[in-house]
Design a protein around this ligand. Structure first.
Ligand code: UD1
Length: 365
């Protein structure tokens, strides 16, 4: 009998994380059967389907169609629907990825049904402790059997919370994906498609609730972007949450001089991050992808789970401080050196696949 793995995903960053892990597990052939559950937390074509086709992820075996709603709604409804699938499919391992509401819903169901849970991207920690992603990470780590850490700091964080069993430093799965996609894209061609010149534009993203759902913070950030755009183009692929917040606050005027576009395919993100003069973001994924690309990033958070990059002088925390964002973007500051191996060697997916295959085989002997 093949071992059965059930992946639970729901939101855009989860899709980037499963692609390398599923591909590496597929290398184990018929020994491993993989089932994919999509909670439907992200459902717009350019937030979901596009990633499945571009990253060649198999069509989900189950789409729960949960959609948008409160945290309790997404987590609670997710749990009820995932539970039915787990009871029916009886997987050997349930894999969850990152820190979304799909992650915590999957992890809690697995743990309560005594199915070993594997958490990919375990051990990240940041303040504020009450942000939804931090709550999801902490709870998920504490109910998981296998903790796959992207960095040595993540391993240390888990140790500080008494978690030392089943902890593995594997590297960042998104680094695997970045490296494979980077080989395929042309920065020059992508920049010309987006009407910018290499190293002469900023690439910005903005979607975290602590920025979009606080009008003062949102206004500060948009004012900063508008000021920066007077000097150099700012490309802003806009998340639906952010678009709605801008509309409901009547902040549309700040967007006039920005290159505001709909969410873009992953390959274009990789090329634009690589071609930009600087990245300005509140995304956990984008701030480290900027580093993979060798581009400095201004991080619009008060703290980050990827602290190494700030300590190395590569990324700078600017929170939602208008002056810090403008100064950071417009001043020429030397950036830190790339540290080889910090995020692994681009083989995190196959390391994770190997550890899971071995562990499940050992249990079934
Ligand atoms: C979620 C993750 C966050 C991740 C982000 C990436 C949680 C707690 N947070 O936040 O860690 O960085 O995804 O995007 O899971 N919406 C649409 N169409 C969609 C998806 C969302 O219109 O396809 C709008 C809805 O108004 C929705 C809002 O965006 O209410 C927020 O979406 P939600 O999935 O709740 O959270 P994200 O901000 O995307």
């Amino acid at each position: 009998m093949p071992m059965k793995l059930l992946h639970v995903v729901g939101a855009r960053p989860n899709f980037m994380k499963i692609a390398p892990v599923m591909a590496a597990l597929a290398q184990h052939g018929a020994r491993i059967e993989q089932l994919l559950v999509h909670t439907g937390q992200h459902y717009d074509a350019n937030m979901s389907d596009l990633f499945f086709s571009d990253l060649q992820i198999k069509k989900p075996d189950y789409n729960l169609g949960i959609g948008s709603g409160s945290h309790a709604y997404q987590t609670g409804t997710g749990m009820m629907k995932i539970e039915e699938i787990v009871l029916k499919e009886k997987p050997d391992v349930l894999l969850v990825h990152g820190d979304t509401n799909a992650t915590i819903a999957g992890a809690l169901v697995g743990a309560k049904l005594k199915v070993p849970v594997a958490h990919v991207e375990a051990g990240l920690r940041q303040t504020p402790k009450d942000m939804p992603e931090e709550i999801n990470r902490v709870v998920t780590d504490h109910v998981s059997r296998y903790l796959f850490c992207p960095t040595e700091l993540a391993v240390k964080n888990l140790k500080g919370e008494g978690l030392t069993t089943g902890v593995f430093f594997t590297g960042v799965v998104m680094y695997d994906l970045f490296l494979s996609v980077r080989k395929e894209v042309s920065i020059e061609e992508t920049c010309s498609r987006y009407c910018v010149r290499e190293t002469e534009f900023f690439f910005a993203t903005l979607h975290r609730d602590f920025n979009t759902d606080h009008p003062e913070r949102l206004r500060n950030i948009l004012e900063a972007f508008a000021e920066i755009a007077k000097h150099c183009p700012v490309i802003l692929p806009i998340h639906p949450r952010t678009r709605k917040a801008i509309q409901s606050n009547g902040f549309e005027d700040y967007l006039h001089n920005l290159n505001v576009i709909d969410p873009i395919p992953y390959a274009d993100t990789v090329a634009l991050l690589s071609g930009a003069k600087c990245v300005i973001t509140d995304s956990g994924g984008v701030q480290k992808e900027a580093y993979f690309a060798g581009t400095p990033a201004l991080v619009m958070m008060e703290d980050t789970g990827w602290r190494e990059l700030v300590e190395m002088g590569f990324n700078t925390l600017v929170d939602a401080d208008k002056e810090k964002i403008i100064t950071g973007a417009l001043s020429e500051k030397p950036i830190g050196e790339i540290t080889p191996g910090l995020f692994g060697n681009g083989d995190a997916g196959s390391r994770i696949a190997g550890i899971i295959a071995e562990a499940v085989e050992r249990c079934s002997e």
